[in-house]
Design a protein around this ligand. Structure first.
Ligand SMILES: C[S@@+](CC[C@H](N)C(=O)[O-])C[C@H]1O[C@@H](n2cnc3c(N)ncnc32)[C@H](O)[C@@H]1O
Length: 267
């Protein structure tokens, strides 16, 4: 595995209770829900610094002021201030958010090819964040900002309700062991946080190479009134031609896994 590639978590012990987040009936304009950190101890990630290259460390130091949101400290309790995208980017443009971007190659490619859209990446793995900052500078990206933070916190409190046009979550950790399923990012409470930040008509795009997680995603999302599965009863979309291949997708393909794409519209 590359030094900047985060590991997939399948062996950690789950230790706490499920997040206590937004309620199902919450309208897009509702105030942010109460801080769930007090009761939230099950996380979708395990914070490991891993190996960080000198270039990634230097990028974090030098480029965080340009691209970073908040302190860059993803430990619990270090919440971001509210994100005002028009003020941040100096324009009013569609806003896309990628959660768990890993090494960030996919996000950098999207931001480079869609200059009319603004992008926010959320990732807890600092080597990946450093790598993305390097790419952002190389590509001269002005339409990208990065949060090194727990996506639960960013969606709950930092992104204003109805402010996002597109949320992308590609190849999230599948947490394959049954006792770890509660660590999966795609859960009902998290889906409702996504619904909170998406504008009506906004899109949630997902992909996984883990067939059982694909079914789990549908079991969570299909019944929610806030979302419409754009593939209808068939459930899964054709792989979009314009979706750049991610690192974990490439790895799944090498292992012979099928890839499942899902797309939901915020009602
Ligand atoms: C399996 S990797 C996939 C990375 C990338 N999307 C890809 O396809 O190559 C999942 C990533 O999600 C990140 N992650 C998991 N839970 C997260 C959370 N709550 N907030 C931010 N990032 C998270 C992990 O650190 C990891 O980098």
């Amino acid at each position: 595995m590359s030094e900047s590639l985060p590991s997939r978590h399948d062996a950690e012990e789950a230790s706490i209770e499920a997040p206590d987040v937004a309620t199902p009936s919450q309208p897009a304009s509702a105030p942010v829900p109460a801080n769930p950190l007090a009761s939230r101890s099950i996380r979708s990630f395990v914070l490991r610094e891993g190996r960080i290259t000198p270039a990634q460390a230097q990028a974090l130091d030098a480029l965080w002021p340009r691209y970073g949101l908040g302190s860059g400290d993803s430990r619990p309790g270090n919440a971001l201030p509210e994100i005002d995208a028009p003020a941040l980017f100096g324009r009013v443009a569609p806003l896309a958010v990628e959660i768990g971007f890993g090494s960030g190659d996919h996000l950098a490619e999207c931001a480079a090819s869609r200059r009319d859209t603004d992008f926010i990446g959320i990732e807890v793995h600092r080597p990946g964040v450093g790598r993305l900052l390097q790419r952002a500078q190389q590509l001269g990206l002005d339409n990208l900002r990065v949060a090194c933070a727990d996506a639960v916190e960013v969606l709950r409190a930092a992104l204003p309700a109805g402010s996002v046009d597109e949320v992308m979550i590609f190849f999230p950790d599948p947490w394959p062991k049954k006792r770890h399923h509660k660590r999966r990012l795609i859960q009902t409470d998290f889906a409702r946080l996504i619904a909170r930040v998406l504008r009506p008509g906004g899109r949630l795009r997902l992909a996984t190479d883990w067939a059982e997680y694909a079914s789990h995603m549908r079991e969570v999302l299909d019944p929610l009134a806030e979302f419409e599965n754009l593939a209808g009863a068939q459930g899964y979309m054709q792989r979009p031609d314009d979706r750049p291949t991610t690192r974990f997708e490439a790895r799944g393909l090498r292992l012979g896994h099928a890839v499942f794409d899902l797309e939901y519209r915020r009602r």
